[in-house]
Design a protein around this ligand. Structure first.
Ligand code: C2E
Ligand code: CA
Ligand code: CA
Length: 413
């Protein structure tokens, strides 16, 4: 962020002056400004920035202070805000101000601001934290497609997470759980999916749905994936015989494209003495988009060694058919949002049936996720779905417990 020191100084000076019990920091982005530079040239872009700056200033009170921050960003200090609602009012005024095209540029150009808001002292004692939290709220607004978001304190988890999660990983304090995968046609155990569990001293049980996406924003995802790979294989290696059981490990596509990943997985298989055919790599369909070419190359190398490749959460992404054409998958995992609806929605049931048929025509096996009751299971058996997973068939449980209970007592498929 340009200008950061200056802005921090001004905000901290405002706090030091001690005149204000509560004020707001508003982080504002006008994504369209960059577009103006790119389309009409930098001179036009700068002119538009000046105009946006003036527009923001005009629509606020004289005591409000507007700072430039980068090409398309502004930081606004809103003194004397009694509550979050007052800050939201300022936000609404800004949004109205931008409803007219920015005139004066070569051609009138409509731009829309996005905002994140943090309050002093509620969300931080000083400029640094207030600005970071207003930025987080701004990111959240962009993610949700909303025009403004006030920082929500539960986001604090994320700030503490990095060190804590890193430390938990280093100290091997995460656990691997196995959830059984069932062969629906023979009604026997087919294997398990490995799922990470983190019970943190300060946050309690943290769901992987929270910490996995968070890890994906940094190098932690590589550490997490390596940990998950090795711990899963270590558990699997304790089996006296694999008897055709297969174990699925979740891989973030971000990690797949890192150099050396294939070697690491193959190396780990060798160290633990697990045959490649006993392992399935799961990749989420939605996250494949970014580096499809690279992922395809990497996955092909894995598949050539006999490792299974499953497209996870199938049915929730956008480009399913385009992927399937070039993707070296061996299996589709049909998302639980579809499976959960086949009982009550005949058209969803038809869609799932069609997916299963299409997969089979393409020599892919199918796994249904999120089977929560016997009726759904029976429907899937009738549709010819190969494998199933879900609370009705077995919940995730500590890997050692799973291996002791299932792998020894249930004859595998
Ligand atoms: P996923 O790969 O789609 O995993 C299936 C999720 O559905 C798991 O959630 C599982 O506990 C849950 N589930 C299973 N059966 C049922 C059911 O019948 N009903 C319902 N409602 N849910 C069911 P979990 O363990 O919270 O994991 C969430 C996600 O986090 C996973 O989704 C996966 O994408 C990711 N994840 C988990 N462990 C790891 C890991 O070690 N590495 C990576 N990269 N991602 C992981
Ligand atoms: Ca999965
Ligand atoms: Ca899934």
């Amino acid at each position: 962020m340009l200008n950061r020191e200056h802005i921090f100084e001004q905000i901290d000076a405002h706090i030091a002056a001690g005149e204000d019990e509560r004020f707001a920091v508003l982080m504002l982005r006008v994504p369209g400004l960059r577009e103006i530079s790119l389309r009409f040239g930098y001179a036009q872009g700068e002119q538009a920035e000046d105009m946006a700056h003036a527009l923001i200033q005009r629509s606020l009170r004289p005591i409000d202070r507007v700072f430039r921050a980068g090409d398309d960003g502004f930081v606004v200090l809103l003194p004397a805000m009694l509550s979050a609602n007052h800050a939201l009012l300022a936000g609404t005024r800004l949004i109205h101000a931008f409803e007219q095209p920015l005139d004066g540029t070569a051609s009138p150009w409509l731009v829309r601001p996005v905002m994140g808001i943090a309050l002093y002292p509620d969300h931080g004692p000083g400029a640094d934290r207030l600005c970071r939290r207003a930025s987080m709220a701004l990111d959240e607004a962009q993610r949700r497609g909303e025009l403004y978001v006030v920082y929500e304190p539960h986001d604090t988890q994320v700030e503490i997470f990095y060190d804590e999660l890193r430390e938990a990983l280093d100290a091997n304090r995460l656990q691997v759980f196995f959830q059984p995968i069932w062969n629906l046609q023979s009604d026997r155990l087919a294997g398990a999916e490995s799922l990470a569990r983190w019970s943190s001293p300060s946050h309690g049980e943290v769901s992987p749905a929270n910490f996995v996406p968070f890890s994906e924003q940094s190098d932690l995802i590589s550490v997490l994936t390596r940990w998950s790979m090795n711990t899963t294989l270590r558990h699997v290696a304790s089996l006296s015989s694999f008897q055709g059981l297969r174990f699925a490990i979740n891989f973030s596509p971000r990690v797949l494209s890192r150099p050396g990943m294939v070697e690491q997985l193959l190396g780990a298989l060798e160290i633990w003495g697990v045959p490649p055919t006993a392992v399935i790599v799961e990749i989420t369909e939605t996250t494949l988009v970014n580096d499809l070419d690279l992922s395809v190359q990497v996955l092909r190398r894995l598949r050539d060694r006999g490792i299974g490749i499953a497209i996870d959460d199938f049915g929730t992404g956008y480009a399913s058919i385009a992927y399937l054409r070039q993707f070296p998958a061996t299996e589709l995992k049909i998302d639980q949002s579809l499976i959960g609806a086949i009982r009550s929605e005949p058209h969803t049931a038809k869609l799932v049936r069609a997916i299963i048929n299409m997969a089979h025509h393409m020599d892919l096996t199918t796994t249904a996720e999120g089977i929560e009751d016997p009726v759904t299971q029976a429907l899937l058996v009738e549709m010819g779905c190969d494998f199933g997973q879900g609370f009705h068939l077995g919940r995730p449980q500590p890997a050692a417990e799973f291996l002791a209970r299932f792998a020894t007592t249930v004859p595998p498929a």
